[in-house]
Structure formats: structure tokens, C-alpha cells
Write a protein that binds this ligand. Structure first.
Ligand code: IPM
Ligand code: MG
Length: 370
């Protein structure tokens, strides 16, 4: 049997625990099949951790995440915790993990699976076959830049400010990830910033251009301003293969790109760090959708994005390409068979619960993975 792989599971808030429950069944399936055994640990994050422990993420949880081979994250946040102070928000949990584990490259694929080509709000002929990947920088930029704060001015009014800041090293390491991914895909990278108005954007463009000439001249590189990129993503999304961009622009553009697929409940993501001296690379996997408090507890959430995040984990953290493909194929087949959770419901198909969707994926694994 393969050696144990240490997974830290962080279900979080809202629909997080519900969809994570279905992933646990997939993990059990692999365990039963003895294909691979995972050593699981679980901890509270976000609002759940605030309620139980008085903090969005306990230091022990960060330590566990550092010790794990991979982290599987659900989602955090909800109206219950909206009024808390800035450093006590549930979102601090994910930001802390990204920073503490050095998870600087956030990989956000937007892929239109054939059975769901009609789910998009765009015309099917515009999105059919779409397969793009946003590589979003995720430990720098305006999210973490100093100085930041809200000051009180002499007249009693206030001044709020944040700083967009990028160093050559920060830009290079994330661009490297994008170029390397492109080589395994359609070999095209579009680098996105606002070099027309921001110095940090200008440095971004120069650094990506230099790195490209130095180490990745075989990859097709283009540059785009972020506002134009938003427009192009809606106009003709299939022109893109890999997009590499800053933390804030990546946050916006990845929400936009995910909705091109019409099914937020389908999209996984991975956030990876550098390969350490021991050959290990920290990585966290999470669905793109949030905690969806409006439907939490109703058993109707789509578990696919969380399940597909686990597939990404198999692929990127453990090099288990066959197993990853197996999980992805099981999900596609289940959709192909006409089962739909509410978020991707189409006329004439069968609307099912979170659990029934999970059942179906496990049954499909039995069928195609046997
Ligand atoms: C995301 C989310 C987070 C972000 C929030 C929850 C802090 O929107 O992962 O895209 O802004 O990065
Ligand atoms: Mg976001």
C-alpha cells in the first residue's frame, strides 16, 4: 500500500461542511479500494472557529497546515460574523493560510464541461469547450501591502489607504508558475496589469517580459490591461489559455471567468507555494464558491467543486494523475447522466440533493474505477 498522505481538512462555514462530507466519502472510496490511504485531520476555521475558539484560525491549525502534505479547504464567512472587526473576520483564516504557508500562486481554472455548455449566461457557441486557467498572485499586492490603515484627519474626517506593491522576485515566481503551466496546455500566457496607470503594473510587465526572454521564449506571451481583459473575457473567452495577474485583479477576473461557465458550484482551485528544500510544496485546495449562507443547511449545495478540488489535490500534491482523472471523469459522467443540483438545474433533468449527487459520484467510481 502507498504510504500515508497527511491531509488537513478545513470545512469552515455555510455549505463548507455539507460539501466536504461528500468528499470524505470519495476519500473513503480510495481507502476501501486500497489505492491510496490518507491520514486525515480536521479543524475549525472561519466563523466556526470564531464561535468555538474566539479566533478565525488558531495557531495550532496553522501549525497543522504546515505539517500536512496538503490542505483541503471548504469556505468561510456568513452574515453572523459580518459585523466583527477587521482582524476578526472569518476571511482572515484563508488569508492567514495563504501568507503563512507561502501559497503565492492561486490556480483558478474555468472550464466548461460539455454537459453544462447551456448553463452559462453567455451563448453556448461562445463558451463551449472553454478551458482557461487564471494564475493569480496570492500573497502580495494590495491585500498585504504596507502602509495600510484608516487614519483620522485633523478635521475629524478619515483617510483609508492600502498599498499595491510587488517586487521582482514576487512577480517572477508567479510568472514562472504560469509559463510552466502553459507549456503543459496550449502554450500561451496573457499577463494582466494596469501598466498604463500603476508603477507596480509597469514593473510587473517588464519583469514578465524579461523572464519570458530569459527562460520561456518558447511560450507565446501577450500583455493586456486588466479592464480590457475583463471585456475580452466576456467577448471572446476562448482566446485565453493561461492568464497571470496580480492578487486584486485576479480576485475580480477569476470571479468573472468562473461565471462564464455558469456554474460556480463546479469550479475547484489550488493555491501552491514554492518547492521547499525537502522537495515538499505547500498547497491548499478549495472550491471557488463561497460559503453560500443562503442555502446552507438545506442539503441542496453542489458538492462538485469541492470534489473536483480533491481531484486537483491528487494531481498536484501527489502526482496521482490517473486517480485525479478518475474523479473528474466520474463527475462528468454523473452530469452526463442528467443529475443536477439546484444551481445547475436545467429543464427536463433530475434535481437532486448534495448527498444524492455524492452517492452518484461514488457509484460512478465503483463502475469506472473497478
Ligand atoms: C477569494 C475570496 C477571498 C479573496 C476572500 C474570502 C478573502 O474572495 O478567494 O477569491 O479575496 O481572496
Ligand atoms: Mg474572490
Amino acid at each position: 500500500m502507498a504510504s500515508n498522505k497527511k491531509l488537513l481538512v478545513l470545512p469552515g462555514d455555510g455549505i463548507g461542511p455539507e460539501v466536504m462530507r461528500e468528499v470524505r466519502r470519495i476519500i473513503d472510496w480510495f481507502d476501501r479500494r486500497r489505492a491510496v490511504r490518507f491520514e486525515l485531520d480536521e479543524a475549525l476555521v472561519g466563523g466556526a472557529a470564531i464561535d468555538a475558539l474566539g479566533t478565525p484560525i488558531a495557531p495550532e491549525t496553522v501549525a497543522k497546515a504546515k505539517a500536512a502534505d496538503a490542505v483541503l479547504f471548504g469556505s468561510v464567512g456568513g452574515p453572523k460574523w459580518d459585523k466583527l472587526g477587521f482582524d476578526m473576520r472569518p476571511e482572515i483564516a484563508i488569508l492567514t493560510l495563504r501568507k503563512e504557508l507561502g501559497l503565492f500562486a492561486n490556480l483558478r481554472p474555468a472550464q466548461v464541461l460539455d454537459p453544462l455548455a447551456d448553463a452559462s449566461t453567455l451563448k453556448p457557441e461562445v463558451v463551449r469547450g472553454l478551458d482557461l486557467m487564471i494564475v493569480r498572485e496570492s500573497t502580495g499586492g494590495i491585500y498585504f501591502g504596507e502602509p495600510r490603515g484608516i487614519d483620522t484627519l485633523p478635521d475629524g474626517t478619515k483617510r483609508g489607504y492600502n498599498t499595491e506593491v510587488y517586487t521582482t522576485a514576487e512577480i517572477e515566481r508567479v510568472a514562472r508558475v504560469a509559463f510552466e503551466f502553459a507549456r503543459k496546455r496550449q502554450n500561451r500566457v496573457c499577463s494582466v496589469e494596469k501598466a498604463n496607470v500603476m508603477e507596480s503594473g509597469l514593473l510587473w510587465r517588464q519583469t514578465v517580459t524579461d523572464l519570458h526572454a530569459r527562460a520561456f521564449a518558447d511560450v507565446d506571451l501577450s500583455h493586456m490591461y486588466a479592464d480590457n481583459c475583463a471585456m475580452q473575457l466576456v467577448r471572446n473567452p476562448r482566446q485565453f489559455d493561461v492568464i497571470v495577474t496580480t492578487n486584486l485583479f485576479g480576485d475580480l477576473l477569476s470571479d468573472l471567468a468562473s461565471m462564464l461557465t455558469g456554474s460556480l458550484g463546479m469550479l475547484p482551485s489550488a493555491t501552491i507555494g514554492a518547492v521547499g528544500p525537502d522537495g515538499k510544496r505547500h498547497a491548499l485546495y478549495e472550491p471557488i464558491h463561497g460559503s453560500a449562507p443562503d442555502i446552507a443547511g438545506k442539503g441542496i449545495a453542489n458538492p462538485m467543486a469541492q470534489i473536483l478540488s480533491f481531484a486537483m489535490l491528487l494531481r498536484y500534491s501527489f502526482g496521482m494523475e490517473d486517480e485525479a482523472k478518475l474523479v473528474e471523469r466520474a463527475c462528468t459522467n454523473v452530469l452526463g447522466s442528467g443529475l443536477r443540483t439546484a444551481d445547475i438545474m436545467q429543464p427536463g433533468l433530475a434535481r437532486v440533493s448534495t448527498q444524492v449527487m455524492g452517492d452518484a459520484v461514488v457509484r460512478e467510481l465503483d463502475k469506472i474505477g473497478g
